[in-house]
Design a protein around this ligand. Sequence first.
Ligand code: GLN
Length: 486
Amino acid sequence: MYDKTILEQAKALRSGEISSLELTKIYLNRINNLNSEINAFISIDEQGALEQAKQADQRLKTADASLLTGIPIAHKDLFCTKGIKTTCASRMLSNFIPPYESHVSEQYKQHGAVMLGKTNMDEFGMGSTNENSFFGKVKNPWDYSAIPGGSSGGSAAAVAAGMVAAATGSDTGGSIRQPASHCGITGIKPTYGRVSRYGMIAYASSLDQAGVMTKTAEDAAIMLSAIANYDCRDSTCANMPNVDYRKTINNSIEGLKIGIYKDHFSSGLNPDIANSINTAIAELKKLGATIVDIELPHSKYCIPVYYVIAPAEASSNLARFDGVHFGYRCDNPKDLQDLYIRSRNEGFGEEVKRRIISGTFVLSKSHQGEFYKKAQQIRRLIKDDFIDAFKSCDVIISPNVSKAACDLGVMKDPLSMYLSDLYTLSVNLAGLPAMSVPVGFSGSRPVGMQIIGKPFSEAHLLNIAHKFQQHTDWHQQQPTISEVID
Ligand code: GLN
């Protein structure tokens, strides 16, 4: 059952083939077998999950059940879950038990989904490999020597390994799309503002966006429909009606205009990635799509722009963790200053400290104009490029990453990690929705394709991805994990 989609499981729950309690036990068993190796979960709420499953089984007998009722899911460990430890993969929050529920987890609760636990991630969402976690690195289920991608690496690995039917993620600069790509699953980062950030621990507030990671585009539509609703507790949440993304998922894509930016496919791109994406584009052409050449001339600046803006916002968001208001407090401080310094020094990991330092620097009075203001100006130009490009196309297709997952421990130098974000950052800087869809392999490691849409075009993206998945089987490939006896 763990290899089935949400939709298939929902049918099985209704036909009486399986109960939510049985399904939940299958997954918990699988997590117990696999987590010591893959490390996708930071915490597992076994008792809570069994309890929710029993309630779901009751609800499934009524008309009140939704497609998510009784489906086992997990949340990236930056969504506050009332009464359940939420760590952001940081020592700083290693004992934090939120007194309230995030919008995202609350919506799934209301649907009666079963929350199995909280998934591993790069500390505070900062990273592209999921190696920056206080709770240890996550392994890629396709190849244990490879990174799963970050920062939502735990969620991606959990879905790919069948430890959960679907999981939530967040994407500030690629953290849903990159791990989805590396783990061979489907992921969608919605338009900025489409999903409330209430109760999602902040990294860079003008870029952070919650989204979902699933086996298929249809599952992503089910998952996203549950959380894409207006929430007045996040002032940047779009006041738009709720959408059932499954309604339009089967629409024809005849006449679709796909924008391609040649530089995205230049020499820096691994040939396996280029070939897989080109084959996928050929498939979309068979379904009636045409190709349009577009220009995104300022996107080459996305790395310096993002790595000024995101750390700047992070340095200010993370100022609250001072050992007094929130988070870890050091032992026996000498005085207040010592308490601040040692709590932050001991509580934050290397990469987080690096970002706080660079973020504080670019915001300092003497350098603000030179860095932060400039970065915001270029951010506008990057966004304007997309606005221009979308005058001649409906979506843009590009890679998510320049090569398949690297080995664990290889991306040691922070700069090489920042450079690996080349294809995903401009989407967040422009606030656009984008997906990663599996399109092939490079050796044993999965390859994904990025589909970028106009603001609030999630329904269209899911429609295109679904049509593609109806004609291909990349999304059905699963890693062979032989150690497990179910
Ligand atoms: N890799 C990027 C960073 O480290 C993006 C991470 C994310 O989307 N949360 O900031």
